[in-house]
Design a protein around this ligand. Sequence first.
Ligand SMILES: CC(C)(COP(=O)(O)OP(=O)(O)OC[C@H]1O[C@@H](n2cnc3c(N)ncnc32)[C@H](O)[C@@H]1OP(=O)(O)O)[C@@H](O)C(=O)NCCC(=O)NCCS
Length: 149
Amino acid sequence: MINPSNKIRTMTIDDYDGIYKLWAETEGMCLRNVDDSYEGINKFIKRNPETCFVALDEWQKIIGSVLCGSDGRRGYIYHLAVHKNYRKIGIGSNLVNEAADALKGLGISKAALLVLRTNKEGNEFWEKMGYYERDDVIYRDKSLTDKNN
Ligand SMILES: CC(C)(COP(=O)(O)OP(=O)(O)OC[C@H]1O[C@@H](n2cnc3c(N)ncnc32)[C@H](O)[C@@H]1OP(=O)(O)O)[C@@H](O)C(=O)NCCC(=O)NCCS
């Protein structure tokens, strides 16, 4: 059960320093120069103001985050992270459930995400959360700028 003092609220750009510190300390985050810069996250939050969340400890320090957005058809989940001292008490699942509820409130009926195949714990978490692996599609992408973004 989540500790009642571990509050979850929507993310704002004022959270940037706290979330970036959490991401930098968290394994498997795959941070990118442009996407994860202040400007990149500001753009994402402005476009998706209702679907990104942070979890706070009793001193209002950020201990969890999820970036979630939609293109009007599908929801996409990025950068789910819980500080290692606060894992396995329900914060990760609460963040994901808040994001899923917010997506449903926008009329979005399906959400997707990418996890590194080598992230065993992350994959076990997502399996438990009902986000199942697809073996019938191939994920393709292309850098549109040739930069590390
Ligand atoms: C994955 C992560 C977000 C889980 O956060 P959390 O707050 O510990 O998750 P919860 O406590 O809500 O756990 C939800 C369920 O997943 C299970 N789970 C969580 N971590 C797990 C792990 N390492 N191995 C197996 N199962 C795990 C829990 O047991 C729980 O199941 P239960 O309800 O049956 O007990 C956290 O471990 C983390 O930040 N990992 C590093 C970053 C990462 O891998 N992010 C995901 C990929 S983008």
